[in-house]
Design a protein around this ligand. Structure first.
Ligand SMILES: C[S@@+](CC[C@H](N)C(=O)[O-])C[C@H]1O[C@@H](n2cnc3c(N)ncnc32)[C@H](O)[C@@H]1O
Length: 222
């Protein structure tokens, strides 16, 4: 595995914009169905009664499950293309959308949230950007806020193989879209301890749930 510059924000944006129309195919892989149903059912309670900021909502696969009992839910993504699909879903009136870059949160008003959620986003954040991204997110959250992050576990029989690892330890996959274009996508697969170690000093009561194809990390902010 050799070294090359980390994937840029622009390449991630473009890759997911081009994939938006059929992104949700990944949620119909037969071997993932049991995990998905369990996670969807689990996701409602942590956010009950909370004002939640969702990062990188994509097509909104998780949004209805997380938002079911939330007081309010702001689903955000850099891409209008993916969010257009999320906006088209039957959702509660408590759900709103905003185009937002997770790395800056520019455009978000001064409000603070009592919950935050990001599905399949952590894995795409270069390791060097995890701490600043989490600090930026946490700065928007109240003391006592609930944070839930979930993502893919690497399963050789189901995951795209890793193509290389860079000097910082980020791993990459070569992914081919339906139009034949090939994209190098940064995709990390942290262990429980690696993920918890990145959360920073405000994280407490960390809970890691290991499914076969996914992991869920839930914690409170002091
Ligand atoms: C793997 S998808 C996850 C979508 C959804 N949360 C899910 O779990 O199905 C990653 C998402 O990140 C979005 N994205 C890429 N770069 C971003 C950025 N800098 N800020 C916010 N969203 C970004 C993409 O548009 C895409 O929707």
């Amino acid at each position: 595995m050799n070294d090359a510059p980390v994937a840029s924000v622009e390449s991630m944006r473009e890759y997911y914009a081009r994939r938006a129309a059929y992104y949700e195919r990944v949620y119909f892989k037969p071997e993932r169905q049991a995990d998905l149903r369990a996670m969807e059912a689990w996701l409602t309670a942590p956010f009950s009664g909370r004002d939640v900021l969702e990062i990188a909502c994509g097509t909104g696969w998780w949004t209805p499950h997380g938002a079911r009992e939330a007081a309010s839910w702001l689903a955000t993504d850099l891409n209008a293309e993916t969010m257009a699909l999320a906006r088209g879903k039957p959702l509660l009136e408590s759900v709103r959308f905003a185009e937002l870059d997770a790395y800056t949160l520019d455009g978000l008003d001064a409000r603070r949230f009592s919950g935050a959620f990001a599905g399949c986003w952590w894995s795409h954040v270069p390791l060097a950007r995890l701490a600043p991204w989490l600090a930026l997110l946490h700065a928007r959250l109240d003391s006592g806020a609930r944070v839930v992050l979930l993502d893919n576990a690497f399963v050789p029989t189901s995951s795209t193989p890793l193509s290389r690892r860079d000097a910082e330890g980020n791993t990459y996959q070569q992914r081919t879209l339906d139009d034949g274009s090939v994209h190098e996508v940064l995709k990390n697969f942290p262990t429980r301890d690696e993920a918890i170690a990145r959360l920073g000093p405000r994280a407490r009561e960390c809970e890691w749930i290991a499914y076969e194809h996914y992991w869920v990390l839930s914690y409170l902010l002091s």
